[in-house]
Design a protein around this ligand. Structure first.
Ligand code: MTE
Ligand code: MO
Length: 514
């Protein structure tokens, strides 16, 4: 970019520079909006900013505004944010007449505000920053492209009309592209919103909401609740843009080594007997003590019942599952046909599956890590053989079989906590899906292992809360936990990383008492 803009006479008219800023600004809003629409089901960063303003507005002021504006408070606020943005865009454009860097500062500050707004949203993750980043890159590139043309026109008066034409052309292209991108984003967003509306309106016969049995909870504050609220359930997938599938458009093909193929529509599926069970799902990538595990009530149709009618060949030993977005996994036939509740789940915690957890249909298999069993947005089940089938993660070196390993976690106290000396409560969760946890033992400062109290769980397919109160002296301490399975296996102390078949080792937490 040419340096020393301040040297040249400022001949090109201010409004053109302001226009350059406004066009670049609007283009950035369009690309960030479209990115937000494609990536997530959220609104654009502009809406996040408006929501942040609402959150930061003192209650009485907000109430007064709502009283005056009625239900229009949010649109009015968004319009206000947009007007303010337009002013900043124009200002950035005019600033570019002096030097190349002041407008960059403006873009950076605006992006920083957007970034703060999106990251304080409920459940925000790193991906929420992407629309802001895309918007910022758009701003800076287009703004410099547009103002460079103006700058050249100013420096070379003999070329002014030519450079003006260049500017007008670039500006025209930017304006048209902006509208196009915004409209495309809107269409994607509308489709997504439509699926979300269908999801909310869906009532599935046989799906009920149920509180967890009271005895599952030990009532110790700080332990993960036995039933993981859907909004807090961990999420792992390779999808950048979430698949959005209307139930009407969904179907599942079951084929391969079967006598009769079957294609099920959504209504075919939910017309069948719905089974509901509490099942803990966990991820093979979970580190010792990590949070990639959750327990929910799943409702769906048992896969064993479906397969029973299809005449599975005796040579088959697995099912290759494929999702709408092309993710695959290979599941042993055995766990899909024995008496466990391996299911095509349509609901989680009594509500249709959230889009990010696989709407409208996913598989859930008690006892296996998600990477070999829990296909979200599942559309194809091919009965096959391990010799012939490879799943997404097993193709990258993870173990072909993924039975969940016995695990336990300390939730209270947290690492580094300072607690009052005397009697201290310890607690957490332990799991060994489809085997069950027989006991949990706690060791303080390398002493005797002591048995913890366990919550009562409805089946061997869920995790269990544990708690124990011990006398603790003043000073620094270290507490460890290990579980014993109903098969008699004690959780190993051998420390292993998650790759290739799940982490092992005892969760250990350091804390101090004073
Ligand atoms: N379509 C699809 N399904 C998927 C995955 C994925 O990447 N794509 N990841 C799997 C993994 S590794 C896990 S641990 C679980 C996580 O399910 P959740 O996001 O509902 O917790 O989904 C499984 N199903
Ligand atoms: Mo996973």
């Amino acid at each position: 970019m040419p340096d020393g803009r301040h040297n040249g006479p400022v001949t090109t008219r201010r409004p053109l520079w302001a226009l350059a800023g406004v066009l670049a600004g609007l283009a950035g809003l369009a690309t960030s909006y479209a990115t937000a629409m494609v990536l997530t089901i959220r609104e654009s960063p502009v809406v996040a900013v408006a929501e942040l303003v609402i959150r930061l507005t003192p209650g009485p002021v907000a109430e007064r505004a709502i009283a005056v504006l009625g239900h229009l408070d949010k649109p009015v606020l968004i319009a206000g944010v947009l007007v303010l943005l337009l002013a900043c865009f124009a200002w950035a454009g005019v600033l570019a007449r002096r030097a190349w860097w002041p407008p960059i500062l403006v873009w950076l500050v605006l992006a920083a505000v957007g970034l703060v707004a999106v990251t304080v949203q409920r459940g925000a993750g790193p991906v929420d920053a992407l629309p802001v980043a895309v918007g910022l890159v758009t701003w800076i590139t287009l703004h410099s492209a547009l103002t460079d043309a103006l700058d050249r026109a100013r420096r070379r008066p003999e070329l002014e009309s030519h450079e003006r034409r260049v500017f007008v052309m670039v500006a025209g292209v930017v304006a048209v592209a902006t509208v196009g991108i915004a409209v495309a984003g809107r269409l994607v967003g509308a489709g997504r919103r439509h699926v979300e509306v269908s999801r909310r309106l869906l009532r599935i016969p046989g799906v009920t909401r149920r509180e967890p049995p009271a005895a599952t909870s030990l009532g110790l504050p700080g332990i993960a609740p036995w039933q993981t609220p859907t909004a807090d359930f961990y999420r792992i997938d390779t999808a950048i843009a979430l698949p959005t599938i209307e139930p009407d458009e969904w179907s599942l093909r079951i084929h391969g080594m079967v006598d009769r193929e079957l294609t099920l529509t959504y209504s075919d599926l939910v017309r069948r007997q719905v089974t509901e069970s509490w099942i803990t799902l966990s991820c093979v990538s979970n580190e010792v003590g990590g949070g990639l595990v959750g327990n929910a009530r799943w409702s769906g149709v048992r896969i064993a019942d479906l397969l029973a009618g299809l005449g599975v060949s005796s040579g088959a030993d697995c099912v290759l599952q494929t999702s709408h977005d092309g993710w695959t996994c290979v599941t042993p036939l055995e766990v899909l046909t024995d008496d466990r509740d391996a299911m095509l789940a349509v609901a989680m915690n009594g509500r249709p599956l959230p889009i990010e957890h696989g709407f409208p249909v996913r598989t859930v298999v008690p006892g296996l890590y998600g990477y070999v069993s829990a296909t979200k947005w599942v559309v194809d089940l091919e009965v096959s053989t391990f010799a012939r089938s490879t799943g997404y993660w097993t193709g990258k070196g993870w173990s072909a079989l993924g039975p969940v390993k016995i695990a336990s976690r300390i939730d209270v106290p947290r690492a580094g906590d300072e607690v009052a000396a005397g009697s201290v409560s310890f607690g957490g969760v332990a799991w060994h899906q489809h085997t069950g946890v027989a006991s949990v033992e706690v060791q303080l400062d390398g002493g005797e292992w002591q048995a913890a109290q366990l919550g009562q769980v409805p089946s061997v397919d869920t995790w269990v809360q544990w708690a124990l109160t011990l006398d603790v002296d003043e000073g620094d301490h270290e507490v460890r936990v290990r579980a014993v399975g109903k098969d008699g296996e004690t959780q190993t102390s051998v420390v292993r990383a998650p790759d290739p078949d799940g982490a092992t080792g005892w969760h250990t937490v350091g804390f101090s008492a004073g």
